[in-house]
Design a protein around this ligand. Structure first.
Ligand SMILES: [Zn+2]
Length: 348
């Protein structure tokens, strides 16, 4: 019996080791001073367990106030952030579509079979239609159509895209798909896991924001779990312009319950929550459950403009079905994007 138990524990450990190693949020520090003390906790009152030297690089595991937890050979320790610089790109674990997509702004936009008005019209695009750009030729964009390719005059499509994207260009947005790994979150009416729905929404949001010129970071990849503090840390160490945590509500014994709510922790970010909430309601037509103070760790430990959104009740079969559609996911995402744009417009 004892022997068996040992094996089970050993296998369990192997499994954990197999699942945990690559966290979505990996950023590096470079040590700036020789003989910088390593401590067992985030403060000078913690025991000193060694030193590191200028020029050395370590992965960041966590951050608390002015202290950064770093990964050493087989153990972690804390260093004061005053003597290090934070470096490097953060790997998001999510592939963001590099292809440029344009949104048609006018009904009956002419698409021709060559890059001038001498060519025949092969398609009339509708307002709102999204088209992939393959190439540019002078004032014309070569685009992909359902049945082949075509050309559209740049001026006909680009003006609106530019003005709309202004506010998000270069902004660093951290998207936090709630739950993940062993933490499934709630279960929907159709038995889909909250962690999978939040991830789906995160992907759609990431694509939309990237298209508008934002730099997007995601706190976890599709399969792994990330601790709540590592999620906030990613936002803090990268000095994000916004942190958006995505969640879905569930009250299985009240299947009619519906609506969206947005939470802030630090008062100065109430306006961000309000803009996002208003725009999401406008786009989705779901019930407005309002904006409120929420004591959630990911936004409490966040020093950057941070909100947590409950995007709908997955225990409601109707909402659950809508969420499985791209069209509804896009509506929610458009609401978030428009809310961010309104927020940045007020920050100038
Ligand atoms: Zn949740």
């Amino acid at each position: 019996m004892r022997y068996k138990k040992g094996i089970v524990i050993f296998l369990g450990l192997l499994l954990m080791v197999g699942i945990v190693p690559v966290q979505a949020s990996t950023t590096e520090v470079i040590i700036n001073e020789d003989n910088l003390n390593l401590r067992t906790g985030p403060g000078t009152n913690y025991e000193r367990i060694g030193q590191v030297n200028a020029g050395e690089r370590y992965l960041i595991k966590d951050q608390q106030g002015n202290w950064i937890q770093i990964q050493l050979d087989g153990y972690t320790a804390w260093v004061s952030s005053d003597y290090v610089s934070i470096q490097g790109e953060v790997s998001t674990g999510v592939e963001v579509n590099e292809q440029q997509t344009i949104t048609i702004t006018h009904d009956k936009t002419q698409i021709r079979n060559g890059p001038s008005t001498d060519y025949d019209i092969v398609h009339f695009a509708k307002a709102g239609e999204k088209i992939t750009v393959i190439d540019k030729e002078g004032n014309w964009l070569k685009v992909k159509l359902n049945d082949g390719e075509g050309y559209v005059l740049k001026d006909l499509v680009e003006k609106k895209t530019e003005s709309a994207s202004q506010g998000l260009k270069g902004k660093k947005i951290v998207i936090d798909p709630g739950h993940g790994g062993n933490d499934s979150g709630a279960i929907s009416a159709g038995e889909v896991l909250e962690k999978d729905i939040t991830y789906k929404t995160a992907e759609v949001l990431a694509q939309e924001l990237t298209m508008l010129g934002a730099e997007v970071l995601i706190t976890r990849d599709q399969e792994t779990f990330a601790t709540l503090s590592s999620r906030a840390t990613l936002s803090n160490v990268t000095r994000a312009d916004a942190f958006i945590s995505l969640h879905y509500n569930s009250v299985p014994n009240l299947p009619d319950a519906t609506g969206i709510s947005t939470y802030y922790y630090h008062e100065q970010y109430e306006s961000l929550a309000t803009f996002i909430q208003q725009e999401m309601i406008k786009e989705s037509n779901d019930r407005d459950r309002g904006v409120g103070f929420g004591d959630f760790q990911v936004i409490r430990q966040n020093l950057m403009p941070a909100v947590l959104i409950e995007l709908g009740f997955i225990s409601n079969p109707e909402i659950d079905q809508l969420l499985a559609t791209n069209a509804y996911q896009k509506k929610l995402v458009t609401g978030i994007v428009n809310g961010l744009q309104r927020y940045y417009a007020t920050q100038k």
